[in-house]
Design a protein around this ligand. Structure first.
Ligand SMILES: Nc1nc2c(c(=O)[nH]1)N(C=O)[C@@H](CNc1ccc(C(=O)N[C@@H](CCC(=O)O)C(=O)O)cc1)CN2
Ligand SMILES: Nc1ncnc2c1ncn2[C@@H]1O[C@H](COP(=O)(O)OP(=O)(O)OP(=O)(O)O)[C@@H](O)[C@H]1O
Length: 199
């Protein structure tokens, strides 16, 4: 890939982000808090299909128009799984995950997103619930542009099989996103309409 190709992809991603933010905001307003409860059974029924036994599942602490996965983390925790949240350690560094159960204390981290306290044990998630601005038919995702989840999934997948589950509103789906060589694919996508495996 030439520098020019890379520049064109970066521009296309920026344009797609503007559209995607609007689509997500519309979906968020239309859904209210309903999506947060509706995705719980979708996720719970998906897990045994992914991997049997107790798992370590990383979620995220929702911000803005993202689908709230905290009810899902509560249900997963009650079902005997370990749950974790991401921690930003640096601008160009992969995320790390620390064990956290809903109700336990949090502290504000980078981008003012709430994170587990620094003394919470590190976790190696089997499954990562990934926030996104948009997803496409092939399972590619568009994030805020920090590259955090691409770097993180690359590291996790090099160490152990790691399943990435994109979480969003059905309205965040698009036909095809601009993609770079380092973009990590989602294995599953869960929306208020159900769990779905990209082509
Ligand atoms: N809820 C949640 N947690 C997350 C992410 C996420 O997308 N959502 N991340 C995903 O990587 C990581 C943190 N990275 C992030 C990168 C940018 C922004 C963000 O909101 N950017 C704003 C501007 C930042 C600001 O000034 O507040 C933006 O682009 O509008 C958030 C998180 C880990 N935790
Ligand atoms: N595995 C990687 N190694 C090195 N740099 C990477 C890697 N993945 C992404 N990057 C860098 O991160 C930057 C942003 O990537 P991209 O636009 O795909 O972010 P995103 O997936 O939308 O964001 P996020 O994952 O934070 O939600 C790119 O400039 C890219 O160079």
């Amino acid at each position: 890939m030439t520098d020019l190709d890379a520049d064109l992809i970066a521009q296309a991603k920026q344009a797609a982000r503007i559209q995607a933010r609007e689509a997500r905001a519309r979906a968020h307003v239309a859904s209210g808090s309903a999506a947060a409860t509706v995705i719980v059974p979708h996720l719970l029924s998906l897990l045994p299909e992914l991997r049997p036994g107790p798992l370590t599942i990383a979620g995220y602490h929702p911000k803005g128009d993202e689908v709230d996965v905290l009810p899902a983390l509560s249900a997963l925790s009650a079902a005997g799984h370990a749950t974790a949240l991401p921690v930003v350690t640096g601008r160009a560094w992969p995320l790390v995950f620390r064990l956290w159960r809903p109700g336990h204390p949090l502290v504000p981290g980078a981008f003012r997103i709430m994170e587990p306290m620094g003394d919470a044990p590190l976790a190696q998630p089997d499954i990562v619930l990934v926030p996104l601005l948009a997803f496409d038919r092939e399972g590619y995702r568009l994030g805020y542009g920090g590259g955090f989840y691409d770097r993180t999934l690359e590291v996790l997948r090099a160490e152990a099989p790691t399943i990435a589950v994109g979480i969003g509103y059905a309205g965040q789906g698009v036909d095809k996103l601009p993609i770079d060589a380092y973009d990590q694919k989602l294995d599953w996508i869960v929306t208020e309409q159900g769990a779905w495996r990209p082509a």
